[in-house]
Ligand binder design. Sequence first.
Ligand SMILES: [Zn+2]
Length: 244
Amino acid sequence: MRTTERGFTLYYYDAGGIDKIVYFFTENRGIIAGVAKGAKKSKNRFGGNLEPLNEVEIILYEKENSELPIIERVNIISNNFSLFNNLDSFNYLLTIADILIKLTPHNIAQGNLYRLLKAIIEGLKDGMEGEKVFSYFLIWFLRMEGMLPEFEVCSVCGKYRGEFEEFYISSDGSKVFCNNCKTGDSILIPSSFFVFEKLTKTLSPQQCANIEFKNQGEIKKFLIKLLHIYNGEEIKSLKAVQNL
Ligand SMILES: [Zn+2]
């Protein structure tokens, strides 16, 4: 059966022989993988069309009972090659691709995540800073997965956080504590995080681009910590962007 999908190329790796396995994030089926036959040959029919993070149309051939569909053709709808002129943006985007491939179910539509990825790529093309885009992605990813607690209220006594007050998150990421209720292994939430958390609830990446957030690096590191807590183990690719 031949099908056509629309989406973003995420990543490819070399399969045995002369083939590549390519991952896409598609509008209708979420993450899918396919085999690009002969793509490792210097002259092949895919050319540069398998490079990551372009918006593409994918023509697939799916055999019943076979594991991965065959990628017959990939046509670029909108090319994002310009994003790769900035090495930081490039690394952040590849890390986002890696998180999507590893932490989300495959072969199932995920409309909200798809729109998030699209918005982020648009933000980067408009010149938004890579670190901010990455934090925007992480916070929305965690929010959509239902992993974020309410940050402004103590989970134990119900007290609202006052301005300049220190609040903590439990080591399993599920509860938020005030200074009176915190436990020994609670983690201090950086004060810069509260503004970011509040504003990203309603603003698009482009709207956030014009806001100067204090301690952007600290916000990013805290979000990486949360993702590791929820994932139960470290994600290797996050190390590459931790200290950018
Ligand atoms: Zn409390």
